[in-house]
Design a protein around this ligand. Structure first.
Ligand code: NAD
Length: 406
């Protein structure tokens, strides 16, 4: 698999070619402030001790405390966490929130652990990193395979160790444990707001056919929100494959189908398709919402979407970006498209520190203008430099960070 950190650096180099930020600034952004790997011993249910590898990367805090999720995945390794922390730095800057960039992870397949083992592992991660975390220092959140329940265990462990009463060190907590209303759908909704803001400028019709890769928090919420707003989801997939119906899928029925059968295959109103076929499906909007490196040199030429909305982090490699650019397929980049999640995480942190509770409506009312603003600033910057939206978003972000450092 391509090294995602190298992909991030290659994106940075391309931007440095079209706007001169000065060598010192770019060099500074080529390395995180620190990256830490720890070992976490966990007592397993059978009484044995197993050692897991955990990570935290604090990339840059020019704009505010390090902010970024914790990923649980068997393939998680330091280069992935560094890449995600780099993108978080830029994402917070594009969204205009006073947060820096960080990311964490554990190399584990959570499906192989019992609930008790998962809790002990999550609390173990916090014990290893408690010294560097804190509401004004480093604020983790959920990512792939980390749930509100896991965030609640982590916040509880942190409070036990440090006596912190604000709860603001971890975001993505359940509502009754200091979480924010609206955090669940925030990434999908923010992505939809960004899409909606740019739809006409990108030449898309009022009602679009949409293909989604990923059936998790982000993909599923996005699919539901697109449908609520009159668009149709013609294909969607999870890790095992997907289903297609050119007239639009009934997502609520599909959720029931997956609950019953464990997969999206053989859905009564859909035709089975592989993830490879899904990415090449003819549609208005393709939404990668699963993992990195899904659209590469090998398949970019076959993408038949009019626009790509990157809700996953890093789903398109730099080589694929060039191919799509030449084909005239605009990519709404991850650091803009999925920034709704971290923006509502920031709202949660803010509410915890002020001891306030905002309604879901208040949260969404605050999110909408921020996403519109980020989308339009990116579009304008891309126009100004005659470049693509990814480079436009990078320039918006880098200008903000550089200004703050100055
Ligand atoms: P999740 O664990 O809830 O869902 C991931 C989904 O991807 C699952 O449905 C899984 O079956 C599917 N999947 C895995 N491999 C696949 C493959 N090869 N093809 C198709 N589907 C596959 O994770 P999530 O929170 O929805 O995160 C998805 C992406 O969005 C990640 O890149 C994550 O970093 C990014 N993201 C998440 C948030 C958030 O708030 N959760 C915020 C910003 C960005």
């Amino acid at each position: 698999m391509q090294n995602p950190f190298q992909n991030g650096m290659s994106q940075l180099d391309k931007v440095a070619k079209i706007k001169d930020f000065g060598n010192e600034f770019i060099m500074r952004l080529r390395e995180p402030d620190r990256d830490i790997k720890v070992s976490i011993p966990v007592k397993m249910d059978d009484g044995s001790i197993k050692i897991f590898e955990g990570y935290r990367v604090e990339y840059n805090n020019a704009l505010g405390p390090y902010k970024g999720g914790i990923r649980y995945h068997k393939d998680t390794e330091i280069n992935e966490v560094k890449a995600l922390a780099f993108w978080m730095t830029l994402k917070c800057a594009v969204a205009g929130i006073p947060m820096g960039g960080g990311k964490g992870g554990i190399a584990v397949d959570p499906k192989e652990l019992s609930k008790g083992e998962l809790e002990r592992l999550s609390r173990g991660w916090v014990r290893r990193f408690a010294d560097i975390l804190g509401p004004k220092k480093d604020v983790p959140a959920p990512d792939v395979n980390t749930t509100p329940e896991i965030m609640a265990w982590m916040a509880d462990e942190y409070a036990k160790i440090t006596g912190d009463e604000t709860g603001a060190t971890f975001t993505g907590k359940p509502l009754d444990k200091g979480g924010s209303a609206g955090r669940g759908p925030a990434t999908g909704l923010g992505g939809f707001y960004v899409f909606n803001s740019l739809r006409a400028q990108l030449g898309l019709p009022e009602k679009c056919s949409v293909v989604v890769q990923g059936f998790g928090n982000v993909g599923l919420n996005a699919a539901q929100i697109f449908i609520e707003n009159g668009h149709k989801i013609i294909a969607i997939s999870d890790s095992k494959g997907g289903t297609y119906n050119e007239n639009g899928l009934d997502i609520e029925k599909l959720i029931e189908h997956k609950k019953k059968t464990g997969s999206l295959a053989d859905f009564e109103n859909g035709k089975n398709l592989t993830n490879k076929e899904l990415l090449e499906t003819l549609c208005d909007v393709l939404v990668p919402a699963a993992f990195e490196n899904q659209i590469t040199e090998a398949n970019a030429g076959k993408v038949s979407a009019k626009v790509i909305l990157e809700l996953a982090n890093g789903p398109i490699t730099p080589e694929a970006d060039e191919i799509l650019f030449k084909k005239g397929i605009p990519v709404i980049p991850d650091i803009l498209a999925n920034s709704g999640g971290v923006t509502v995480s920031y709202f949660e942190w803010d509410q915890n520190l002020k001891d306030e509770h905002w309604s879901e409506k208040e949260v969404f009312d605050k999110l909408l203008p921020m996403m519109n603003d980020a989308a339009q600033k990116t579009f304008k910057k891309a126009k100004e430099y005659s470049t693509d939206l990814r480079r436009g978003a990078f320039i918006v972000a880098l200008e903000r960070i550089q200004e703050k450092i100055k």
